[in-house]
Design a protein around this ligand. Structure first.
Ligand code: BGC
Length: 399
């Protein structure tokens, strides 16, 4: 019989990101993009879930559900709205949130960059700019003192997605030379090399800085694990895609204290490019294949690339309007995680994406939340899945 229990110190909880739940992040790159006519964005983020004001309610909810940990991000665009001008009020705001976790017995997992940055940073060239790493480190230096109670700090969320999305966009709009793409039909092209360099340098600079200023904390970054698989004849495409979108970034984690794994679905390549064998009507609200085993594959693969660096699952979840399906997906994903752990993969926790329905980078339609909220009153409504995960957390066992 398989053991369905998790270790006593295994963390179970939920994750969010500032721009997706706080609302009115008006000095950020994403806010600007949302206002631009003709962009791919179908609706602006607006007030989001108003967690900028309602974070105490959200933390109360996390605690009452029985979760051990909560991942959220600090918004650089709020901390440093103009170059070198730091908002003491916003630094205190995030300090209260971190302290609020501790007071409620919740382990805070803090991300320092989750896809958004101040608009002025983009104007300096963003992650491709000459001083990107220094500017990122200057911002982190301004908040380092509030991170003292935080045991898990993620420097940058999904640098692989950021670099590959920018590379793809720049080539598509003629701002970078088209590359003869060696992987036909791949969802994303190769990373923008300057952006990949800036993100990596920023991660390493901030890791050093935090090792000195927050010596007790574990520092890492989080990688979107695409779970790249090959159908017969597709091995070469799969290997190339996996290397450029994932493994080269994972290898930058080998000296980190942990690596965040984020997995939702998978990419399968045949000899002519991506293959999709699933029925379209079984896909999630993101249009992704329903494939809960992805998490098991992701942590096993991460272990192969990074060796014994501890893993924290910093995101895993499903966009669905059917909460029963959310529970089924999460249960299967956790069963897979337990199989990998039983084989010796060192996983320290699981943070479900997401605590709340949130702004899914252009639209509110894909609902990832364990908790829904009323769009007029912002009242929170935990779904059955939220309580189900709370039971798993309280018992540290899959019932
Ligand atoms: C991101 C989240 C996003 C989620 C679902 C991850 O790539 O970190 O911000 O909402 O996936 O798409």
């Amino acid at each position: 019989m398989t053991d369905t229990s998790f270790p006593d110190d295994f963390l179970i909880g939920a994750a969010t990101a500032a721009h997706q739940i706080e609302g009115n992040n008006v000095n950020s790159t994403w806010w600007a993009l949302e206002q631009r006519a003709g962009s791919f964005v179908s609706e602006p983020s607006g007030d989001a879930a108003d967690s900028l004001h309602r974070w105490p309610d959200d933390l109360d909810l996390v605690a009452s559900l029985g979760y051990h940990a909560y991942r959220f991000s600090i918004e650089w665009a709020r901390i440093e709205p103009a170059p070198g001008q730091f908002s003491r009020a916003m630094i205190l705001h995030y300090q209260r949130q971190i302290d609020g976790c501790i007071e409620r017995g919740i382990v805070p997992v803090v991300t320092l960059h989750h896809f958004t940055e101040p608009l002025w940073f983009a104007k300096t060239g963003g992650w491709a700019g000459d001083n990107a790493a220094e500017l990122f480190a200057r911002y982190v230096g301004a908040v380092a003192h509030i991170l003292e109670p935080v045991p898990w700090i993620a420097t940058i969320n999904e640098p692989n997605m950021v670099a590959c999305a920018i590379g793809t966009l720049r080539r598509a709009t003629g701002r970078a030379p088209a590359e003869p793409d060696d992987v036909p039909g791949a969802p994303l092209g190769p990373p923008d090399e300057a952006v990949a360099h800036g993100l990596t340098a920023g991660h390493h600079a901030v890791r050093e800085l935090l090792h000195e200023s927050v010596p007790g904390a574990k520092i890492g970054w989080t990688i979107a694990n695409q779970v790249v698989q090959a159908a017969p004849g597709g091995e070469q495409h799969a290997d190339r895609y996996r290397e450029r979108i994932e493994d080269r970034f994972l290898r930058e984690s080998v000296h980190d204290d942990f690596v965040g794994v984020q997995a939702y679905s998978r990419n399968v390549f045949g000899p002519d490019g991506p293959v999709h064998d699933d029925a379209p009507d079984t896909r999630t609200l993101m249009g992704w294949e329903y494939f809960p085993d992805t998490l098991e594959h992701a942590v096993r693969h991460t272990r192969e690339v990074v060796g014994n660096v501890p893993i924290l699952v910093t995101e895993n979840g499903i966009a669905t309007s059917d909460d029963t399906r959310r529970i089924a997906y999460t249960r299967s994903a956790l069963e897979g995680l337990q199989r990998a752990m039983a084989d010796g993969v060192d996983v320290r926790g699981y943070l479900h994406w997401s605590l709340l329905d949130n702004y899914e980078w252009g639209s509110y339609r894909p609902t990832f939340g364990l908790v829904a909220w009323d769009k007029d009153t912002f009242d929170r409504h935990p779904r059955e899945s939220a309580r189900w995960l709370g039971h798993v957390a309280r018992t540290r066992r899959l019932a």
